[in-house]
Ligand binder design. Structure first.
Ligand code: PAF
Length: 278
C-alpha cells in the first residue's frame, strides 16, 4: 500500500490504473469504513482511500480541532484490508489558497442536517468534488449512515454529469445496534449504554410503519419524547421519501427515518430505511 500526500504524486501513481474505486473518509477508521473498502474492492482492481479532515464542513463552534486524527492506525487498517493507495493530504494540499469557489448545493442541503449545521453540505460537496477531480475514480463508495450526504452526492453526480458510479454501503453497527461512528469515542460509558436508544426508537418507527401505521408525525413525536425523557437533546426525527428526502406522504412506499440528537456533548445521527406496509 502506498501512502501519498501530494496531488502530483498521486496523479502520477494513478495514471497507470484503468479502473479506480474511491472511498473518501475523514479518518479515525472503523469497521464501517472497512466495509465500504470491501465494496470498492469488488468494483475495481485499484482502491484509493482518502483521509482528510475537511475544515470547510465544520462550523466554528464544531469539533474540527478535537476531531480524532489517527493516521498511523488508519493506515494499518487500510493496509490489512488490502487498499492500494491512501491519499492523505494536508490542509495546504487541498486548500493552497482560500477556497472562494464553493459548490452551492440544492435546497435539500438546508433541511435535516443542513438546518442544524448551516453550510455543512456546501463544505462537504466542495471537498467531495475536489477529491473526485483529484482521484478521478470510475466508482465511489459512500455509506448510508450519512444518508443525506449520500443523496446529495448522487444528485451532484447526476446534475454535474460526473462519469462516476456511486455505490451505497449499509451502516455498520455495534452488536447492540448503535451505528458505528468516529464520534462514538466521545461517549462516556453511561452515555455509550444509553446511545443505543437512538437506534431503538428508529427501529420502533420502522416496525410500526411496516405494520401499516401512517401517523408519521405522531410516531416521530413519540420517539422524540422518548429520547428527550432520557436526557437527549433532539435536533430532528423525520420520516422522508428515500430518494428525494422530501417529507413522506401516506402513499409513498420507500421511506427512510432519519434522526440527529445530542447525548451530553456528543451529537449522533442515524437512519433506517423503511418500507411502508399495508
Ligand atoms: O463522510 C465523510 O467522512 C465526509 O463528509 C467526507 C465525504 C469524507 C467529506 O469530507
Amino acid at each position: 500500500m502506498e501512502i501519498i500526500t501530494d496531488i502530483p504524486a498521486l496523479r502520477a501513481r494513478l495514471q497507470r490504473e484503468s479502473a479506480i474505486a474511491f472511498v473518501p473518509t475523514m479518518g479515525n477508521l472503523h469497521e464501517g469504513h472497512l466495509s465500504l473498502v470491501r465494496l470498492a474492492q469488488k468494483k475495481a482492481d485499484c482502491v484509493v482511500a482518502s483521509i482528510f479532515v475537511n475544515r470547510l464542513q465544520f462550523a466554528p463552534s464544531e469539533d474540527f480541532d478535537q476531531y480524532p486524527r489517527t493516521l498511523a492506525d488508519d493506515c494499518k487498517l487500510l493496509q490489512n484490508q488490502g487498499v492500494n493507495v491512501v491519499f492523505a493530504p494536508d490542509e495546504k494540499g487541498i486548500y493552497p489558497e482560500p477556497q472562494e469557489f464553493l459548490l452551492e448545493p440544492p435546497p435539500l442541503a438546508n433541511t435535516l442536517e443542513g438546518e442544524f449545521r448551516p453550510g455543512f453540505f456546501r463544505g462537504v460537496m466542495t471537498v467531495v468534488l475536489k477529491l473526485f477531480n483529484i482521484v478521478q475514480p470510475q466508482v465511489t463508495v459512500f455509506g448510508k449512515k450519512d444518508y443525506q450526504q449520500l443523496q446529495l452526492v448522487r444528485a451532484m453526480v447526476r446534475q454535474l454529469n460526473l462519469p462516476l458510479e456511486i455505490i451505497a454501503g449499509e451502516t455498520a453497527r455495534a452488536s447492540d445496534g448503535l451505528a458505528l461512528s468516529s464520534r462514538n469515542r466521545y461517549l462516556g460509558s453511561e452515555e455509550r449504554a444509553e446511545a443505543v436508544r437512538l437506534h431503538r426508537v428508529l427501529s420502533e418507527i420502522k416496525h410500526a410503519v411496516g405494520a401499516g401505521n401512517r401517523n408519521f408525525l405522531q410516531l416521530c413525536k413519540n420517539a422524540h419524547e422518548n429520547l428527550a425523557s432520557h436526557g437527549w437533546e433532539v435536533d430532528y426525527i423525520a420520516l422522508q421519501q428515500r430518494d428525494t428526502l422530501a417529507p413522506a406522504g401516506v402513499d409513498d412506499p420507500d421511506l427512510v427515518v432519519l434522526a440527529a440528537a445530542r447525548l451530553g456533548k456528543t451529537r449522533l445521527i442515524d437512519n433506517l430505511e423503511v418500507s411502508a406496509g399495508a
